[in-house]
Ligand binder design. Sequence first.
Ligand SMILES: *Cc1c(COP(=O)(O)O)cnc(C)c1O
Length: 238
Amino acid sequence: MSAPTSLFEPTEAVTTDTEVSAADRIAEVQSRINLACRASGRDAAGVALVAVSKTFGADAITSLLAAGQKRFGENRVQEAAEKWPALRAGWAGIELHLVGQLQSNKAAEAVALFDVIHSVDRASLVAALARAMAATDRRPRLLVQVNIGDEPQKGGCSLGEMPALIASARSAGLDICGLMAVPPADRDPAPFFALLQKLAHEQGLPEISMGMSGDFPIAVQLGATMIRVGSALFGGRS
Ligand SMILES: *Cc1c(COP(=O)(O)O)cnc(C)c1O
């Protein structure tokens, strides 16, 4: 990059540089997705990369948008409500995913904001989402989150509760399209990914949301159709 020669050049030069590195990070993640697909005989078109932008501001998100990324994930309704309406106004085709726990009293706000909700985990939330959707024409796609490692501090329904929860969603008129899980942090994630894939298959659900920055290639090899990648695209969170 050449030295700026006038007051008006630096902004443009800096913006371009940021876009190149965002594009590089996306390309790097995508090439690892492609490799994992090749290793497991999958079509890379069947893996949706969700860029998890929690804690990151409009500038960092805009760099990824400018590099062509359209799917983003947030873990808190309030933070998403502060960031995304303005970004959506400026960029076409954004698909916004909620990947964190959802309180029932925020169901209507979540239905208004998100295109995909990964964290349906209890009957009371199913009821709140059904009410919220009945009041609008918005129909976000829904995944049931499973507490795959049976950890007390984690969100998600238990393995035992999952079939009844899916049935209750269906009888409330909600279509559940898949399962989501976050394996225990300190264990080999592969057996948990394999279990989630088996459960989704048994339930006849096409979408499997699993894999983060540290483990997405394994998740892809084990059948992930949505991977949720934050730090590998945005850098570390403070
Ligand atoms: C933060 C978060 C991610 C992304 O984590 P990274 O390790 O930064 O890729 C994925 N899924 C959920 C549910 C998250 O909260």
